[in-house]
Design a protein around this ligand. Structure first.
Ligand SMILES: C=C(O[C@@H]1C=C(C(=O)O)C=C[C@H]1O)C(=O)O
Length: 467
């Protein structure tokens, strides 16, 4: 491995030298991403996360798609784009599309908040409404079975060529390629748990929501959420949000795994069952995921619960609002699209959901900005009608959702994939802020919905109590 790592640095330097010669005759469109990679070894399960855990850098990002075709661990950022307005988001997506246009160029990783109109609180301030990063160093898996190590630089113009090499060399020397790994050791205990809202207030909020829906006005569905704060006390060693990520990844392989750390103090991460969309060229894949029950304690109970979910009018209604919305968006974005014939079940940690999948061909003039802003937030996390539901959420919730129920993923000209940022937490100052929501329709029962939230965040509870 060591020789492969040294090969990479050598190859990177010689490619930068060649770039410098090309830049003389100015055949380059600035800004430019120089990306160099080597295959380093056969890929064993957990190798990428295990390497990720061992890196000391305070800037990190991780993304694994649901099928585990792709796993990327990024350390240090070659380029970071943040912003707060929709215009800035549009400009960022255009820039990313332009600089990732050469085949083989890596994508940017990052996320977007739930509601760009919503004011932010201090908890989310560093994240802005969106942040996308191009990792400086990436370790990733790919279908060939190898692990690839890659160096990326973002060069604004030729005057930056020299400093870019020095910068990479300096940061490269800080990477840790030691094979040894320390086992997960949970060196903290749980000091307290605080729910916002508490159960009594939740019951009142849900009763008010169902009352409004039943009254026959415009509101048909609203997704209300809770923020649970777990205060953790360090008992020797450090509390590492990456350890949590590894723990989740090991306890359930289903779902998108995502993580971003912008500074030493905090990280946003989660493991989501839900795809917002995947685009490959002009092909789009998306889904409607909503309606929830727990998993069974035995195979028989599992089957029973699954059948109950299929037959539940309340869950079918929650799900059908999302199906209708997705079909409506696709009819605007696509020249043609189709849906899977049957509803399916998506199992994730302690819960299972109703799922229907869609695929289509996008109209040629559309960008990822058009797609994201058309889909997000779907009625799986917002409600129906969207704007009314967002206003009601703003009135009802006494905390800011920030990036919870937004989108997280990978973005490039050739391929983009976002999950809905669910089953997630923001780790800040030794506290885990866990966000969980449920879809409310006319027949929703406040106590059952509270239990659904407990089930949805059960992996966080298990983790926090395992000490
Ligand atoms: C809002 C969340 O999940 C969403 C709501 C669901 C529901 O109400 O049944 C199911 C899956 C997700 O679309 C969440 O996990 O926080």
């Amino acid at each position: 491995m060591e020789s492969k790592v040294a090969d990479l640095l050598k190859a990177f330097k010689s490619e930068m030298q060649a770039l410098s010669c090309r830049s003389e005759s100015d055949q380059i469109m600035w800004p430019f991403i120089q990306s160099t990679e080597v295959a380093i070894e056969n890929h064993s399960p957990g190798a990428v996360l295990s390497w990720f855990r061992r890196q000391d850098s305070e800037k990190k990002v991780f993304w694994a798609d649901r099928e585990r075709n792709l796993e990327i661990a990024g350390v240090n950022f070659a380029h970071k784009i943040q912003g707060d307005s929709l215009d800035e988001l549009n400009a960022a997506i255009n820039l990313i599309s332009r600089v990732t246009g050469t085949p083989g160029t890596p994508g940017y990783l990052g996320g977007i908040c739930f509601n760009t109109e919503e004011p932010f609180d201090d908890l989310w301030i560093d994240y802005h409404r969106f942040t996308f990063v191009l990792p400086m160093f990436e370790l990733r898996t790919c279908n060939s079975g190898f692990l690839w190590l890659r160096v990326n630089t973002f060069i604004r113009d030729r005057s930056e060529l020299e400093s870019a090499v020095g910068n990479v060399e300096r940061e490269f020397s800080k990477l840790n390629f030691e094979p040894s790994d320390t086992p997960l050791a949970f060196s903290f205990s749980l000091a307290s748990r605080t729910d916002e809202p508490i159960k009594e207030k939740w019951v009142t909020l849900i009763e008010a929501a169902t009352h409004e829906i039943k009254s026959g006005g415009d509101l048909k569905k609203i997704v209300l959420a809770r923020k649970t704060q777990f205060d953790l006390v360090q008992s020797g060693g450090r509390v590492s949000p990456i350890d949590l990520l590894v723990y989740f990844a090991e306890s359930d392989t289903s779902g998108f795994t995502y993580y971003i750390q912008l500074s030493e103090k905090d990280a946003f991460f989660g493991k989501s069952p839900e795809r917002l969309y995947k685009r490959t060229g002009d092909g789009i894949f998306c889904e409607a995921l909503a309606g929830t029950t727990r998993i069974g304690r035995s195979a028989e109970e599992e089957l029973l619960l699954k059948n109950e979910l299929f037959l539940s009018d309340k869950d079918s209604m929650e799900h059908s609002f999302v199906v209708n919305f997705v079909q409506d968006v696709l009819s605007r974005l696509c020249t043609d699209f189709k849906s899977s014939q049957l509803r399916d079940i998506k199992r994730h940690f302690n819960v299972q959901h109703l799922l229907q999948q869609f695929s289509g061909t996008l109209r040629p003039e559309l960008t990822d900005y058009d797609i994201i802003t058309s889909f997000s937030p779907t009625p799986a996390v917002g409600g129906v009608p969207t704007v009314m539901a967002l206003n009601r959420i703003d009135d009802a919730e006494a905390f800011r959702r920030g990036w919870y129920a937004g989108a997280f993923g990978m973005l490039s000209q050739e391929e983009t994939e976002f999950c809905v940022s669910l089953r997630c937490a923001l780790y800040k100052d030794h506290a885990l802020h866990v966000f969980t929501g449920v879809g409310i329709v006319a027949d929703s029962d406040p106590v059952c919905e509270w239990e659904e939230m407990e089930n949805k965040m059960s992996h966080f509870i298990q983790y926090s109590l395992c000490n």
